[in-house]
Design a protein. Structure first.
Length: 251
């Protein structure tokens, strides 16, 4: 197992909080779209403090990911999710078939415990779990980190939902959301302590899109949020609305 200690890359978390540019678009009223507003506030604060070279590298990296075509080739609405089984933070095996037998699932791909935007997003989802339960839906968060690091995510975010480890991005690749990190971004990350090929054991500098899916009982995708910008995530209210629109046969 990779022995990189998260304490060693804590400066990287600070750097990534600075990287990139502020989220585009008009300001949201927190009461209407609170998660989007919180992510935007974090991005705007980070952009104010970011060194110009970091800002430029982050901006170009996002543009390169968007230009790669991954947003067009990734699993999308109308597609079918392949069944999977992954381990959780305690080593228990969790089957997508078993989850779907209970109702729809919401699948969230996140980058890792080192990503401040991921931690903010997962923590925010915690307060929407009662709304998911009303819809008989289960939230599943997936990253390429090993179980010991997913356990740290659970601790950081207070998650009581399912957090799974996806070694070598096997499941993320099935969804088509894995991309090769642009060289400038990967080099910047490595210079601050996070060697992506070593950290994830993939042999390449790869990460998943911060994507969110709603999947019905038959494995059909009825909602998909895909964006090249890691600071943008699906608003939980939109996910809940997608669940409400789901045909009864898919629930």
């Amino acid at each position: 197992m990779n022995t990189t200690n998260l304490r060693q890359i804590s400066p990287l978390a600070a750097l990534l909080a600075l990287g990139g540019t502020a989220l585009a678009g008009e300001s949201s009223t927190p009461g209407e779209r609170p998660v989007e507003a919180a992510l935007r506030a974090k991005a705007e604060e980070s952009a104010r403090r970011a060194p110009p070279d970091v800002t430029e590298i982050g901006k170009k990296g996002i543009e390169e990911v968007a230009a790669s075509g991954i947003l067009q080739t990734a699993l999308n609405v109308g597609g079918t999710m392949k069944p999977f089984t992954l381990g959780d933070a305690e080593g228990r095996q969790v089957s997508s078939a078993e989850l779907l037998a209970k109702g729809p699932i919401v699948v969230v791909f996140y980058r890792g415990a080192w990503c401040p935007y991921c931690n903010l997003y997962l923590h925010a989802w915690q307060r929407y779990l009662p709304e998911l339960a009303k819809r008989k839906a289960t939230l599943v968060a997936i990253s390429g980190e090993p179980p010991d690091r997913t356990a740290q995510v659970v601790q950081k975010t207070g998650a009581t939902f399912t957090v799974l480890s996806d070694p070598a991005y096997r499941v993320a690749r099935q969804f088509g959301v894995v991309y090769e990190v642009p060289a400038g971004v990967a080099g910047l990350m490595a210079s601050h302590g996070l060697d992506l090929p070593k950290y994830y054991g993939t042999g390449k500098a790869e990460l998943p899109l911060s994507a969110t899916y709603v999947v019905g009982r038959e494995g059909k995708v009825t909602y998909a949020f895909l964006d090249a910008d890691y600071k943008k995530r699906a608003e939980p209210a939109d996910v809940l609305a997608a669940l409400d629109r789901m045909p009864l046969a898919a629930r």
